[in-house]
Design a protein around this ligand. Structure first.
Ligand code: ZN
Length: 609
């Protein structure tokens, strides 16, 4: 990705809209060739206070003033997070320890008067106690350090090495990161540029580390917090099978080493990086079959990103402007197609059954088809608006938006079937991904049209109508062709008997029963039930908070009742007529009447039994 970019000037040019010092810091060809490194020391003198202390030796290039910046977001997670809010105590000194003037110049920028020296030493502290894949966590036992919320860098956009020397806290023996090591001792690392530093989280402490080799490349499963519960050795063995399967899929491994940094907490999520990933895992993830397969799918998803998005990427996703939103219409491909293959490759590695994969796919289809926003927001617009919609959900989100993960995966399924059908089973979406990788992996990336054209060349037919409806547009998806291709059908709707239904979801807060969501085109919306209404009674009979579902079942579709609510403490009776709960009609199953040709196509897709 951006690490290998030849377009490194772009961030500097983008910064032209910000106030620059008089000696505007446009890098010259000479500075690009021989840019001096920024050298950080990272220490944890009191990790139980959740602080990491940073000192950076920053080259000045002889300028009287330099400006430093901290990223406001981190790639792969599309929300401005204002990481600089956790930075404090920024000071600077020159040769001999002479104090230099530091002035805050923007929400995430600092100007340092250099005093004319070749290097200034900048020190600051960062508070880290947000347990997520994209933030910092520091406690007595371990630390997860991410690049974007930790390292100030020169704001001039010049490509330069960033070196990191870590002093772990007392008792911590290991630092695990995808960064390359430097000579001269332990815990010394080097990134060729800021992008790589941001893309290389560091896990410190005493994790359990499992190593395996695939295609001559070292892989590490790094488990922080196994606690005698999470089965590390088993997980490492299965990850090895997934790595082998993904290597088979793509043809080679695109990195020299790879780390699964697996933080075992009760948080969740994963974030992809150039040659590593951070996973947030439940300690109990290996205990049940269902949770374990879900964990393998998560790891598979993040590993697939080592190709799809870290190297084969939408044209907009690099080189990154770390100070502003970066919009792309292709997250449905970057995330949704990845999600489709995450599951498929767990299956191909022999770690999930056909039924488990069909179940996982059915859940995605069901989620999409029961989300009213599918007729409002396209997969491309869901991608574009990730910053203001997907990462900022509210009670109305299902009515006006779709997940580009979910719709992207469902579209991938339809596209895969379409290509297999059009080529009589000779080709598949696999070939599209490999062809796209061969043509577009690298510094530039692909445009939406270019990805469509690759798919068309593999399919041997125009996909324009499909694209216009399913990806750029908001047409209802047509599953018939995919079902016919593989000999599948949707199971008959589960609720054959008509069940009463209002179309709300509820939550219990301090013993109160509250409306948490009102879906579009439902009896509740028509009647005027609102989010945050407290439900007290149906007609004159009180409903206790935990008795809502059971009470609703006492009625019949068509019954007209009065729901007594408290809205901002005012009691109101809302007349409403129960509707009929929509049947669950989106579960895939093998069609017993499938033809031999369909059975062959199915086995080719999801494997023999
Ligand atoms: Zn992803």
């Amino acid at each position: 990705m951006a690490a290998k970019s030849s377009l490194v000037l772009l961030p500097a040019l983008l910064l032209m809209t910000s106030p620059l010092p008089v000696d505007a810091q446009i890098p010259t060809a000479a500075s690009l060739r021989s840019a001096d490194a920024i050298r950080y020391t990272v220490s944890f003198p009191a990790p139980q206070t959740h602080y990491v202390e940073i000192t950076a030796a920053v080259p000045t290039g002889g300028r009287p003033e330099v400006e430093l910046m901290m990223a406001v977001w981190t790639p792969g997670s599309y929300l401005v997070r204002e990481f600089s809010r956790h930075v404090e105590g920024v000071t600077a000194s020159g040769p001999g320890g002479r104090a230099l003037t530091v002035e805050k110049s923007d929400k995430n920028r600092w100007k340092v008067a250099t005093g004319g020296g070749p290097t200034v030493s900048v020190s600051y502290r960062v508070y880290g106690r947000e347990m997520s894949v994209r933030t910092n966590w520091i406690e007595a036992g371990f630390a997860l350090i991410n690049g974007a919320p930790t390292f100030l860098t020169l704001a001039d956009g010049t490509r330069r090495p960033h070196e990191v020397v870590i002093t772990p806290a007392t008792g911590w023996r290991r630092s695990m990161t995808g960064l390359e090591t430097m000579s001269g001792g332990e815990h010394r690392y080097r990134a060729p540029d800021f992008d790589t530093l941001v893309d290389s989280p560091i896990l410190l402490g005493n994790p359990a580390v499992y190593e395996f080799t695939v295609d001559g490349k070292r892989h590490y499963l790094v488990n922080e917090g196994e606690g005698g519960v999470f089965e590390g050795a088993r997980a490492a063995k299965d990850l090895e099978a997934i790595v082998r399967e993904q290597q088979r899929f793509w043809g080679s491994l695109p990195y020299d080493k790879y780390l699964f940094l697996n933080v075992i907490t009760e948080a969740s999520g994963g974030l992809e990086h150039l040659n590593s990933t951070v996973l947030m895992t439940s300690r109990w993830a290996t205990r049940s079959r269902r949770s374990y397969v879900a964990w393998l799918e998560l790891a598979s998803h993040e590993l697939f990103h080592a190709w799809n998005v870290k190297r084969l990427r939408p044209v907009e996703l690099g080189p990154f402007d770390y100070e502003n939103e970066v919009h792309t219409r292709s997250l449905w491909m970057a995330e949704g197609v990845t999600d489709y293959y995450a599951d498929m490759l767990v299956r191909r590695a022999g770690l999930a059954t056909r039924e488990e994969i069909l179940d996982s796919l059915s859940t995605k289809i069901e989620e999409l088809q029961t989300t009213p926003g599918r007729t409002v927001q396209s997969a491309e617009l869901a991608s574009f608006d990730a910053w203001i919609k997907y990462y900022r959900p509210d009670e109305n989100s299902p009515n006006v938006s779709v997940s580009y993960y979910t719709k992207g995966a469902v579209v991938a399924f339809l596209l895969d079937a379409k290509i297999r059908d059009a080529t009589k089973g000779a080709r598949s979406l696999d070939d599209v991904m490999r062809a796209a990788y061969a043509k577009y992996a690298g510094p530039r990336g692909f445009t939406p049209d270019e990805f469509r054209q690759i798919a068309e060349s593999v399919a041997g037919t125009s996909l324009r109508a499909f694209w216009d409806g399913a990806i750029a547009g908001i047409s209802e998806l047509d599953y018939k062709e995919a079902l016919d291709t593989f000999g599948l059908r949707f199971r008959a709707g589960v609720s054959a008997a008509a069940r009463p239904w209002l179309g709300i979801t509820t939550r219990i807060d301090a013993g109160r029963l509250l409306v948490s969501q009102v879906r579009r085109d439902t009896p509740a919306l028509a009647a005027g039930l609102n989010v945050d209404d407290e439900i007290l009674a149906i007609d004159d009979f009180r409903v206790r908070a935990d008795g809502w579902d059971a009470r609703v079942q006492q009625y019949t579709p068509g019954d007209r009742v009065q729901i007594l609510i408290a809205r901002r403490d005012q009691l109101i009776r809302v007349p409403v007529t129960f509707g009929t709960e929509p049947p669950r009609e989106w579960r895939l199953e093998v069609n017993a009447a499938a033809t031999d040709a369909q059975k062959v196509r199915f086995a080719d897709w999801l494997g023999a039994q």
